[in-house]
Design a protein around this ligand. Structure first.
Ligand SMILES: [Zn+2]
Ligand SMILES: [Zn+2]
Length: 110
C-alpha cells in the first residue's frame, strides 16, 4: 500500500551539509531547521555553523531582544524594558517594579 499522505504542507527535508562562512568548517543544516526556516518564511540559508553563530551573537553583545524605552509610571524616570508594553498598562522602572512586587507580596492575604 502506498503512503499518499502528502498534505502539501510538509515538505520532506533532508539534512544538508553547508560550509561555515566564518570557520569554513562543514556543518549540518538539519531537516528540522530547514522546515523551521520554511515556516518562518526565511529565505537566507544559514551562513555560519552553530558555534560561530553564538560566538558572533556574544561578540555583538545583542541586548535581550528589543528594549523599549518607557517612562516609569511611578517615579517618571526614563527606563527600558525588554518587552513592548501593552496600551494603557503602567510600566515601571526596575526599582519601582521591585518595590511594587515587594509590597504586593506583603499585601497577599495569609
Ligand atoms: Zn563556523
Ligand atoms: Zn520608577
Amino acid at each position: 500500500m502506498e503512503k499518499g499522505s502528502h498534505e502539501g504542507v510538509l515538505v520532506d527535508f533532508v539534512d544538508k551539509t553547508l560550509s561555515c562562512r566564518e570557520c569554513s568548517k562543514p556543518f549540518t543544516w538539519t531537516a528540522g531547521e530547514q522546515s523551521f526556516y520554511k515556516v518562518k518564511g526565511l529565505i537566507n540559508i544559514p551562513a555560519r555553523c552553530g558555534p560561530c553563530r553564538s560566538a558572533r551573537k556574544a561578540k555583538l553583545g545583542l541586548p535581550d531582544r528589543a528594549q523599549t524605552e518607557v517612562i516609569c509610571a511611578d517615579c517618571g524616570q526614563r527606563t527600558t524594558v525588554p518587552f513592548v508594553p501593552r496600551n494603557g498598562n503602567p510600566v515601571f522602572c526596575s526599582a519601582c517594579f521591585e518595590k511594587a512586587r515587594q509590597s504586593a507580596e506583603i499585601a497577599v492575604p495569609v
